[in-house]
Design a binder for this molecule. Structure first.
Ligand SMILES: NC(=O)c1ccc[n+]([C@@H]2O[C@H](COP(=O)([O-])OP(=O)(O)OC[C@H]3O[C@@H](n4cnc5c(N)ncnc54)[C@H](OP(=O)(O)O)[C@@H]3O)[C@@H](O)[C@H]2O)c1
Length: 443
């Protein structure tokens, strides 16, 4: 049993869970919970009362742990027996958007604060020095370059302390469920996206069980995370760290976003289609990926003329869509894709132009078109009026085709004077009908 345990971020989502767990399962009777807001943090009073009910005394103090002097003073005053550093903030964004200020905001409560705690507790015989890190530092994470770097520092600090004979363990957490801490603002769509990406969130029960396992382990760094191996395998490109766990064929593991075979396979789907039909195929594919990224069930409801920003895309989801479309089509697409082509319609036109095979022409193409036309008759239910209308159009086509043969030099001519003088290019449908009726002796 430890005496006072200092929990930085002790009034935050995971800090609270750890505080309760230490009291309930580890018999801790004295807690020092710090955060910048301290007693002013939401629910701090209730948390203290709850911990008291469980038999522990909790003190909540306001302390910015990025301030070395404040940490030194806090530690000198309370002489904690163990430290659990959970304090941290997020400021996600694509790497080009990360200013020095945005980097510092995320690095300071990770790097500076952990170092301050390391320095301030050097003279104490600590039982444990636990730092809360993230899989972002281990695997990398889209839009979290600053956060990944901060957490990688925590993992390294745990190694450093162990090497120096000091207690330390870094827990590079996978995501926790929505009702705890930093993930509290995630939408259902975000959670679905995380689950699809192969790392579903941990429940509080799973989290504290993994906390205990990490403390019992001899390793300085651990990665407590849930992995859905089947979902990870479906990603196509398995992260290098997981290649020992997930077997894929060499071909898929080596797949890259500029895979010529993938491009050819997608282009194959457009072969023999008219431009309009081909565009429809690309539109379906784009809508499907847009719906998957946003967590919509109805891909067909996605309006192709509504701007991506208006339908809920941000810089992170824009990158995810770019990655998915690259993987699907096999062509390299820029990170700025959705800014260059701000609506699905513009994106579809761009992709279609890059993927579609050269339009085919000549007799083969014409016969192909006729075959498709004939197939489209099957099962068509039309009114009498529409039937007449279509029959008329077909007659016009037939007459135009005949006229073509009659004017072609190589073709045999049967020389109808009426048709010879007739200008099919500029004639209206009614004029062509009149001609046909004359031909058929109906006038
Ligand atoms: N939740 C997850 O799914 C998840 C996953 C992986 C890793 N983690 C890691 O676990 C830790 C806890 O996450 P959480 O979800 O509990 O976050 P959270 O609910 O936002 O809590 C973070 C706490 O840190 C405090 N804090 C921030 N900056 C501080 C500073 N400079 N000095 C003192 N306190 C400070 C905040 O309080 P004030 O604002 O009042 O200062 C808050 O109490 C983080 O380090 C995070 O990186 C979490």
């Amino acid at each position: 049993m430890w005496s006072t345990v200092l929990i930085t971020g002790g009034t935050g989502g995971l800090g609270r869970i750890v505080a309760r767990h230490l009291v309930a399962e580890h018999g801790v009777r004295s807690l020092l919970l710090v955060s910048r807001r301290g007693p002013a943090a939401d629910g701090a009073k209730e948390l203290v009362a709850e911990l008291e009910q469980s038999g522990a005394q909790a003190v909540v103090e306001a302390c910015d742990v990025t301030d070395a002097a404040a940490v030194a003073e806090l530690v000198a005053r309370h002489a904690p027996a163990a430290v659990v550093h959970t304090a941290g903030v997020l400021d996600d964004g694509v790497v080009e958007s990360l200013s020095p200020e945005r980097l510092a905001a995320v690095l300071r409560p990770k790097v500076d604060a952990a170092w301050n705690l390391h320095e301030a507790t050097k003279g104490l015989d600590l039982n444990a020095f636990v730092v809360f890190s993230s899989v972002a530092g281990t695997f990398g994470s889209a839009g979290q370059a600053n956060y990944a770097a901060g957490n990688a520092f925590l993992d390294a600090l745990a190694h450093h302390r162990r090497t120096a004979g000091l207690p330390a363990v870094s827990l590079a957490w996978g995501p926790w469920s929505q009702d705890s801490g930093m993930t509290g603002t995630l939408t259902d769509a975000d959670v679905q996206r995380m689950t699809r990406s192969g790392m579903p969130p941990l429940s509080a029960e799973e989290g504290v069980a993994l906390f205990d396992a990490a403390l019992a382990s001899t390793e300085p760094t651990t990665v407590p995370a849930r992995l859905d191996l089947a979902a990870l395998r479906r990603q196509g490109e398995v992260p290098p760290l997981l290649r020992g766990l997930i077997r894929t064929s060499g071909r898929r593991t080596a797949a890259t976003a500029t895979d010529g075979d993938t491009t050819a396979a997608f282009a194959q789907r457009l072969t023999g289609l008219s431009a309009a039909e081909g565009r429809e195929v690309v539109l379906d594919a784009v809508r499907g990926q847009v719906a998957a990224v946003l967590g919509h069930s109805g891909a067909t409801e996605i309006d192709e003329d509504r701007a991506f920003l208006d339908i809920g895309f941000d810089s992170l989801t824009a990158v995810e869509l770019r990655n998915r479309l690259s993987a699907l089509t096999g062509i390299r697409l820029p990170a700025t894709l959705l800014f260059d082509y701000p609506t699905p319609a513009e994106l579809v036109d761009h992709l279609h132009a890059r993927i579609a095979p050269e339009p085919s022409s000549g007799p083969e193409a014409l016969l192909g078109e006729l075959e498709r036309l004939e197939k489209s008759f099957g099962g068509l239910a039309v009114t009498e009026e529409v039937h007449e209308q279509i029959a008329g159009r077909l007659e016009v086509l037939r007459a135009k085709w005949h006229a073509l043969r009659d004017t072609a030099p190589a073709a045999g001519r049967d020389g109808s004077p009426a048709e010879e003088d007739f200008d099919f290019e500029s004639a209206s449908d009614d004029e062509v009908f009149d001609l046909l009726d004359n031909e058929l002796g109906l006038n």
